[in-house]
Design a protein around this ligand. Structure first.
Ligand code: B12
Length: 199
């Protein structure tokens, strides 16, 4: 990941698969690598094109790993989850990993993508989704999560849905402060917490 070169990331993923590393562990390792890329970017050692290239490498690797991930077929109950990155924010790598892991755990996931207009989240909640997951990677966009929860409160639909929040700047304290239900520091933590409520 830190090489920021798509072919090197792909080659490393193939090597890890050959060494029988599980797709989940590879994804977690790539996430750690991406955090390191972020630190180097913050220190001015890497620049935006590097970050973009690392992100593309990770996305490509995800398309290889997704079909290989173990699926939990044991849950007959179809529980719907809507996931999206909030308006104004294009960071979607972590959110997409969460979507994939939730899907593998047996949830019926509808991923709205990134830079999702707030009314789209509200429509999905009105449409009856059981969980609504909002991702934000910037301090300037994490406030949109509070806006969405406040709109739900004002429209009397807040208690119809379990609200999940995550993304690097989000914390358990922020989750509590804005009145969300689940904070997920990682995709596996998110999946475990959602499973504990749903199944
Ligand atoms: C990759 C990256 C990019 C890529 C994004 C590619 C993509 N398709 O996502 C690109 C290059 C496009 C990009 C652009 C920008 N970026 Co950027 N980017 C990053 C970087 C380096 C890594 C983010 C990442 O993918 N991490 C890896 C994933 C796996 O981790 P994660 O997202 O945290 O997800 C995990 C958990 O948080 C959790 N989770 C995530 N979502 C959810 C949702 C729910 C519901 C739950 C429960 C859990 C959960 O589970 C995930 C998996 O374990 C961060 C640095 C950092 N430290 O985060 C900066 C960073 C987020 N970017 C930053 C900035 C400023 C920008 C730009 C404005 C830069 C610019 N000048 O143009 C633009 C943003 C434009 C916009 N409007 O959004 C800043 C934000 C600062 C702030 N204000 O808070 C950061 C922190 C870097 C920095 N220090 O300056 N960026």
């Amino acid at each position: 990941m830190v090489s920021c070169k798509v072919p090197e990331i792909e080659a490393a993923v193939n090597k890890a698969l050959e060494a029988k590393m599980s797709p989940n562990d590879i994804i977690n390792a790539m996430g750690d690598g991406m955090t390191q890329v972020g630190t180097l970017f913050e220190r001015g050692k890497l620049f935006l094109p590097h970050v973009l290239s690392a992100a593309n490498g990770m996305k490509k690797a995800m398309t290889v790993l997704e079909p290989l991930m173990a699926k939990d077929e044991g849950n007959d109950k179809k529980v719907s989850v809507v996931m999206g990155t909030v308006e104004g924010d294009v960071h979607d790598i972590g959110k997409s990993i969460c979507s994939t892991m939730l899907q593998c755990a047996g949830f019926d996931v509808h991923d709205l993508g990134r830079d999702v207009p707030t009314p789209q989240f509200i429509d999905e909640i009105k449409g009856g989704c059981t969980f609504c997951g909002m991702s934000a990677l910037m301090t300037t966009t994490m406030t949109v999560m509070k806006d969405i929860i406040d709109i739900c409160k004002n429209e009397g639909i807040r208690d119809n849905v379990t609200m999940m929040v995550g993304g690097a700047p989000v914390t358990q304290a922020y989750c509590d402060k804005i009145g969300a239900d689940i904070y997920g520091e990682s995709a596996s933590e998110t999946t475990n917490k959602a499973k504990a409520i749903a199944f």
